[in-house]
Design a protein around this ligand. Structure first.
Ligand SMILES: [Zn+2]
Length: 99
């Protein structure tokens, strides 16, 4: 599956960094090319710590991620290739190169 307009269906999965799993806010999101038909392509990250280690990362359903943080609803359908940052939950999402 490829293309920039893949819908992120509620039953598709997202990758959540270990810090978010532990309760950190989601402040950095990346939508990569999906690897299979149930992959939304989204990685939902805390954005404030070293994300090199994927140990402890989890797979969540899109609907579960939205349940944790309903502010994701505004960006969950953004196209593959999206990178967005925010300073806190409720702030505007911005591209990483925005100043
Ligand atoms: Zn993290």
């Amino acid at each position: 599956m490829s293309g920039s307009n893949c819908p992120a269906e509620p039953w598709m999965y997202v990758v959540v960094c270990p810090h978010v799993v532990a309760g950190a806010p989601i402040l950095y999101v990346v939508r990569d090319e999906p690897t299979d038909e149930v992959d939304s392509g989204w990685q939902l990250l805390c954005g404030t710590r070293d994300e090199d280690s994927i140990e402890g990362a989890q797979i969540w359903a899109v609907q579960d991620a939205l349940s944790k943080d309903n502010t994701l609803a505004e960006i969950i359908q953004y196209p593959i290739g999206t990178h967005l940052l925010r300073a806190a939950i409720g702030d505007e999402w911005e591209p990483p190169n925005a100043s």
